[in-house]
Design a protein around this ligand. Structure first.
Ligand code: UDX
Ligand code: UDX
Length: 442
C-alpha cells in the first residue's frame, strides 16, 4: 500500500470509459478527452446518450458544450457496456450516490456498474469518481475478486469540482487525490492526468475516500460557522460582511467560504454531510460537530421566513418572489437548493410564490409561478427574496422595479446587493447578519 506522497504528473494517451453522463461524468469525460485521451461515456438513459450524440448537452455547466464539441473526435457516447469497456485502460465510475432514507449513501448504481462489467481480459483499472463511504473501495475490490477479476485494478480518485467552475477545477485543481491498493493502479491514474498542473496526493483507498468527505465537511463547517456569526451579528449590530473580511485576512483562516447567507445546498454538501454523519454513527461514533453544522444549515434556510413575518405579519395572501432558484449561480441544479425549502414553507403559509431564474426550468416547483425576468417576477409582489446571487441581479433597475411592487421589501439571502442603493430606491432592505445601520434591517 503506498504512503501519502505529493508530486507532479506526466502524460500518455489512454482509452477511458466513463460510467455516468451526469454533472461529474460529463465533465470528467470531456476534460480527459481534452488532455488527448480517447473517451467513451456510457449511461443507462438512452435519451441522454442520443442527445449527447447530436451535440445537445443535457446539463448547464459553463464551457462544457464547447469542450465536448471541441473534442468530438476523441469523445463518444453509448448505452452499451461492452462497447464502453472494449479496449479500456481505465474505467471511471461516476454514477450518482444519493442519500437513502437513513441518510447513508445509496450505492445501488455503483454496484450495478460493478456487476455489469464483463469478464475483462486485459489489465484495466476501475476508478471510483462517485463520492462513496469510506470502506466502499475495499468492498468493490472484494466483489471484483469474487467475480474472477483479480487482474483488474482499483483506485479512488474523488472529484473536487464545484458546479459552475467544474472544468477549471478539473484542469487546474488544488490537488489530485489518488488512493490505490497497488502502486501500479495509482500510477495509471496519475499518468492519465498528464497535462494537468496540480499536486498529486497518493494514498491508500480508505484515506482517499475520507479526504473527499472531510474536505466537504470542512467547507460546510466554515459556512455554518459564518452563518452563526451572522446570526449573532444580527442580534448585536455588527455587519458579517465586514467581519468575514476582517477574519479572512488572517492567513491562518483565509477568505474563502466565509459568505454568510441562507445556507448551503447542492448535490454534494447536504448528502455528503449526511453520509459522513451516518458513516461515523454506523462505526459507533457520534460526530457532534457535523450534526451541529447540518442543523445550523437547516435553521438558516428558514430564517428568511421569520424575517418576512417580522415585516409582513401573516403571509397568507401575500405575494413573495424568489429571485434565483439554483443552489448557486452558474448552474441549473436545484438539488437540495434553499429555494425548495423556502418555496415549500411559503406555500404552506398560504403565500403566493413567484420566481425567476435565468437557467433553471422551475416546472418541478409545483405551485410556484415562473416569470421570465426579475422585473416580471417582482411586479405586484409584497416582498423579494434574493436566493441565488446571479450576476444579472446586479444590473436590475431597483427604482423601476420598486415602482411596480405592492410593497418594497427585499430580503437579500446572499448579501449580494448594496444596502444603500436599495434603500435609496425606497426599499426596506435586509441582508443576512447585517445589523441595523450596517446593511441590516431597515
Ligand atoms: C456525481 C457523483 O457521482 C456523486 O457521487 C457525487 O457526490 C456528485 O456528483 P452527478 O454526476 O451529479 O453525481 O449525478 P447525476 O447528474 O445524477 O448523474 C449520474 C448519471 O449516472 C445519470 O445520468 C444516470 O442516468 C447515470 N447512471 C445511473 C448510469 O449510467 N448507470 C446506473 O446504473 C445509474
Ligand atoms: C462542492 C465542493 O465545493 C466541491 O469541491 C465538491 O466536489 C462538490 O461540492 P458545489 O456543491 O458545486 O461544490 O458548490 P460550492 O461552490 O461548494 O457551494 C455549495 C453551497 O455552499 C452553495 O449552496 C453555496 O451557495 C454555498 N456557499 C458557498 C455559501 O453559502 N457560502 C460560501 O461562502 C460558499
Amino acid at each position: 500500500m503506498p504512503g501519502t506522497l505529493i508530486g507532479m504528473v506526466g502524460a500518455s494517451p489512454q482509452k477511458v470509459a466513463v460510467f455516468g453522463a451526469g454533472y461529474v461524468g460529463l465533465v470528467t469525460g470531456a476534460c480527459l478527452a481534452s488532455l488527448g485521451h480517447r473517451v467513451i461515456v456510457r449511461d443507462v438513459l438512452a435519451d441522454r446518450i442520443e442527445a449527447l450524440r447530436r451535440g445537445d448537452v443535457p446539463i448547464y455547466e459553463p464551457g462544457l458544450d464547447e469542450l465536448i464539441a471541441g473534442n468530438a473526435e476523441r469523445l463518444r457516447f453509448t448505452t452499451d457496456v461492452a462497447e464502453a469497456i472494449e479496449g479500456a485502460d481505465i474505467v471511471y465510475i461516476a454514477v450518482g450516490t444519493p442519500p437513502t432514507y437513513s441518510g447513508d449513501a445509496d450505492l445501488s448504481a455503483v454496484w450495478t456498474v460493478v456487476d455489469e462489467l464483463p469478464q475483462i481480459e486485459r489489465r484495466t483499472v476501475v476508478v471510483m469518481k462517485s463520492t462513496v463511504p469510506v470502506g466502499t473501495g475495499e468492498k468493490v475490490r472484494h466483489r471484483l475478486d469474487e467475480r474472477g477479476l483479480q487482474h483488474v485494478g482499483y483506485a479512488s480518485n474523488p472529484e473536487f469540482t464545484a458546479e459552475g467552475t467544474a472544468i477549471r477545477d478539473f484542469l487546474g485543481p488544488d490537488r489530485i487525490v489518488i488512493g490505490s491498493f497497488r502502486d501500479e493502479d495509482g500510477e495509471a491514474v496519475e499518468a492519465l492526468h498528464g497535462g494537468v498542473d496540480g499536486p498529486v496526493v497518493r494514498c491508500d483507498v480508505a484515506s482517499a475516500e475520507m479526504i473527499k468527505l472531510a474536505a466537504n465537511a470542512a467547507l460546510m463547517t466554515r459556512i455554518s460557522f459564518i452563518n452563526e456569526i451572522a446570526n449573532v451579528c444580527e442580534a448585536t449590530g455588527a455587519d458579517v460582511v465586514r467581519v468575514a473580511e476582517g477574519i479572512g485576512l488572517d492567513r491562518r483562516i483565509g477568505p474563502a467560504f466565509l459568505r454568510a447567507g441562507i445556507g448551503f445546498g447542492g448535490s454534494c454538501f447536504p448528502k455528503d454531510s449526511l453520509a459522513l454523519k451516518q458513516l461515523a454513527a454506523n462505526s459507533g461514533y457520534h460526530f457532534q460537530l457535523l450534526n451541529a453544522v447540518i442543523e445550523v444549515n437547516e435553521l438558516q434556510k428558514r430564517r428568511v421566513i421569520g424575517k418576512l413575518h417580522s415585516h409582513l405579519g401573516p403571509l397568507r395572501g401575500k405575494t413573495v418572489t424568489l429571485l434565483g432558484l439554483a443552489f448557486k449561480p452558474h448552474t441549473d441544479d436545484i438539488r437540495e437548493a434553499p429555494s425548495l425549502v423556502l418555496a415549500g414553507r411559503l406555500l404552506a403559509e398560504g403565500a403566493d410564490v413567484r420566481s425567476w431564474d435565468p437557467v433553471v426550468d422551475g416546472t418541478a416547483l409545483h405551485g410556484v409561478e415562473i416569470a421570465d425576468s426579475p422585473e416580471a417576477a417582482a411586479a405586484g409582489a409584497d416582498a423579494l427574496v434574493l436566493v441565488t446571487e446571479w450576476p444579472q441581479l446586479a444590473d436590475v433597475d431597483w427604482v423601476a422595479v420598486g415602482a411596480t411592487m405592492r410593497n418594497r421589501l427585499l430580503i437579500d439571502g446572499r448579501n449580494m446587493l448594496d444596502p444603500e442603493t436599495l434603500r435609496s430606491a425606497g426599499f426596506v432592505y435586509e441582508g443576512i447578519g447585517r445589523g441595523p445601520g450596517t446593511g441590516g434591517g431597515s
